[in-house]
Design a protein around this ligand. Structure first.
Ligand code: NIG
Ligand code: FE
Length: 388
């Protein structure tokens, strides 16, 4: 056992309201002591217990590592031209997913692992210590299985995005594709995943198709997540709440009934402003959701089509500027909110018993994440008590 103390933290976000000031549980002049990757003590620097090693943050701010609860990192191919066309007026219609499916199917396992590894490392450098990773660009049993196996080398938060878009061989036969997913893909892939996900949207899969896939996944022991209400109004949000999904993601086009359902349920609304930014779509009404009492998470949605960013600091800055969250709300949603969206209590918080996942910032407070957009403020990242 070798206890490490990170001390002289100018301002520490704990996300434990009992530990410090306000909902973020802010502690000034703080220290954190951890051992074997687990936090043992949090409090004022002057009262820190003895430790075997000391790491001086020299007054920098610190916060829990970011929890990016929505990312598509297993793919091959490049859609920069599609992005450029959108920036000159084209609208996003999800059709580009087929280009990534084709490129992903023809990639080798080593090529896929190289892309995923590069993106996970990129995310880590900007402070992400937990990242969810979806399959979904294979849409055959074999390709979804290898997508999950690639993802599992980098994270335990693996998601079978079984119903992303009907692949070309099932064009016009989405019901048959869904039957194949339920009868074959899910039984084969479920042991390699923690979550099941669907794209519930006009042009992708309808409510009945998504319900069938989610129920089959839940029956195979997976937790449910939903892509819903991204491109237009639809049944995704209510379906997610009906099935007790951990999260419904995007949540851009919602009705009062959708918001009431979310407020009365246990499903987190995960907002993905990077996707709205890169598709030039409208942003979700985060204030309305939040004021209704809905738990909000923020995530990157990193994928080659709609949001090719791994940067949670960028997402926090967008959430403050364009979703009208306060900096405190945005930082909470990018850490504790992401943990809630993954139904985890051991991350997204700095408290005794939590994973020792911490970011040290080259800034006096977490407010600078939004105040200084586009600037790399991440001085250091600790994951499971190890300096990265
Ligand atoms: O979350 N909405 C569905 N899936 C992705 C986009 C995938 C793509 O365009 O490749 C998303 O935005
Ligand atoms: Fe997504």
């Amino acid at each position: 056992m070798t206890a490490t103390a990170v001390d002289h933290i100018g301002s520490l976000v704990t996300n434990d309201p009992h530990a410090g000031r306000g909902p973020l549980g802010l502690i000034h002049d703080a220290a954190v002591v951890f051992d074997e990757g687990v936090v043992q003590w949090v409090g004022s620097h002057s009262r820190a217990p003895a430790a075997d090693a000391r790491h001086d943050l020299q007054g920098r701010a610190a916060l829990p590592g970011f929890v990016d609860s929505h990312a598509h990192l297993v793919f091959c191919g490049d859609r920069a031209a599609e992005f450029a066309a959108r920036m000159s007026g084209e609208t996003y219609d999800a059709g580009g997913i087929l280009a990534t499916i084709a490129a992903t199917r023809s990639a080798t396992n080593a090529e896929l692992a190289a892309t995923t590894g590069r993106l996970v490392a990129e995310a880590r450098r900007t402070g992400t210590t937990t990242i969810e990773c979806k399959s979904g660009y294979g849409q055959t049993v074999a390709d979804e299985l290898r997508g999950l196996q690639v993802a599992a080398a980098f994270t335990t938060e693996t998601t079978l995005l079984a119903a992303h878009l009907p692949p070309p061989e099932f064009a016009g036969r989405a019901d048959e594709y869904v039957a194949m997913v339920c009868d074959w893909m899910i039984p084969v892939c479920a042991p390699h995943a923690r979550w099941i996900d669907v794209f519930c949207e006009a042009g992708a899969f309808d409510a009945d198709q998504c319900r069938a896939v989610l129920r089959a996944g839940i029956g195979a022991g997976l937790g449910a997540r939903v892509h819903g209400n991204q491109l237009g109004p639809g049944p995704g949000v209510r379906l997610a709440v009906e099935l007790g999904a951990a999260s419904v993601d995007h949540v851009t086009h919602v009705t009062d009934a959708d918001i009431d359902a979310l407020a009365g349920g246990s499903t987190v609304a995960t907002l993905l402003p990077g996707a709205d930014f890169s598709t030039r779509g409208p942003y979700p009404d985060a204030r309305r959701l939040r004021d209704a009492g809905v738990t909000l998470a923020l995530a990157t949605d990193c994928n080659p089509g709609t949001s090719y960013t791994t940067s949670m600091p960028f997402v926090v800055a967008l959430a403050v500027r364009d979703l009208h969250l306060s900096p405190d709300e945005a930082v909470w949603s990018a850490t504790a909110g992401g943990a809630a969206a993954l139904r985890r209590t051991d991350i997204g918080v700095v408290e005794v018993g939590a994973r020792a996942d911490l970011i040290g910032l080259d800034a006096p407070s977490h407010l600078h994440l939004a105040y200084r957009p586009g600037v790399d403020l991440v001085h250091e990242v600790w994951k499971d008590g190890v300096l990265q």
